[in-house]
Design a protein around this ligand. Structure first.
Ligand code: ATP
Ligand code: MG
Length: 264
């Protein structure tokens, strides 16, 4: 790839194990197993795969919310050490995440303005006035009103909350957003609105995106490339059209066939 912005370099994440029990090393469970992927500037990469295949765990490592057991995250060609706070902050200034469940991703006791402003506090040196102005701008960018900032999450619908989640992800002006099933919890018509918003942001701001989804039809519409995960590994990766029209891996073939049955 010509100019990789963000890379997974042989990323592995193990849960449990690690300790020695009766003199034998315990293996633990490998949720992500040596995944290598690259995202180019302005590109949208889809990640699909069955439940438990490691999509969320991989996403969390790519935004610095989980520490790899092995491998590194690369940013602008340089390897980051996510055990170090400095490298994590460096990553988080550039890459932000949008979560599946917009309601639980937001603190119910804080105003949405405070939630949207939160990334700016740690990641920028903007003063309170500048942060407030930016929150108002962002709420308008995602189709809400600046004065919504003083309201609390329970005053919004799921679709509105997901827009607020997107505003928060954009707060510190990242150039990459990782979206983990961002529309799965929403009604179909609201899904379409949020997807339209993502397309617009991509065009206007040149955002690069990693879009995790169960929904192959949505990925096919939105993404340039797709990676298919199974049991912690990427089993197939390529141009979206090619992968969906002529899958080469057996598991991808099953997924595509199942999706076609579902939609026709
Ligand atoms: N904190 C954790 N501790 C132990 N196991 C975990 C932890 N987080 C994830 N796992 C396990 O790792 C595997 C991958 O989980 P992950 O959430 O990444 O999958 P996923 O592809 O996002 O699934 P889904 O489509 O259901 O969201 C699962 O078997 C899960 O049980
Ligand atoms: Mg998940």
């Amino acid at each position: 790839m010509p100019d990789p912005l963000l890379e997974a370099r042989a990323l592995t994440r193990r849960f449990g194990g690690g300790r020695r029990l009766f003199g034998r090393a315990r293996e633990g469970f490998v949720a992500v197993d040596g995944v290598t992927l690259a995202l180019a500037r302005g590109e949208t990469l889809g990640i699909v795969g069955e439940s438990g295949s490691g999509k969320s765990t991989l996403s969390r490592m790519l935004v610095g919310l989980a520490i790899p057991s092995e491998g590194t995250v690369g940013l602008d060609g340089a390897a980051l050490d996510l055990r170090r706070g400095r490298d994590r902050r460096r990553l988080q200034r550039r890459v932000q995440m949008v979560f599946q469940d917009p309601a639980s991703a937001m603190n119910p006791r804080k105003t949405v303005g405070a939630s949207v402003a939160a990334p700016m506090v740690g990641l920028t040196d903007w003063n309170a006035e500048r942060r407030r102005a930016r929150v108002g701008e962002l709420l308008e960018v995602v189709g809400l009103r600046a004065d919504h900032a003083s309201r609390h999450p329970h005053e919004f619908s799921g679709g509105q909350l997901q827009r607020i989640g997107i505003a928060r992800a954009l707060a510190a002006e990242p150039d990459i957003v990782v979206l983990d099933e961002p529309v799965s919890a929403l009604d179909v018509s609201v899904q379409a609105q949020v997807l339209a918003l993502l397309r617009r942001l991509r065009e206007e701001r040149g955002l690069a995106m990693i879009f995790v989804s169960h929904d192959l039809a949505v990925v096919e519409q939105l993404c340039d490339r797709v990676a298919v995960m199974r049991r912690g590994r990427v089993v197939e990766e390529g141009d979206c059209r090619t992968v969906f029209s002529a899958p080469s891996d057996g598991y991808t073939k099953e997924l595509v066939a199942a999706a076609r049955r579902f939609t026709t």
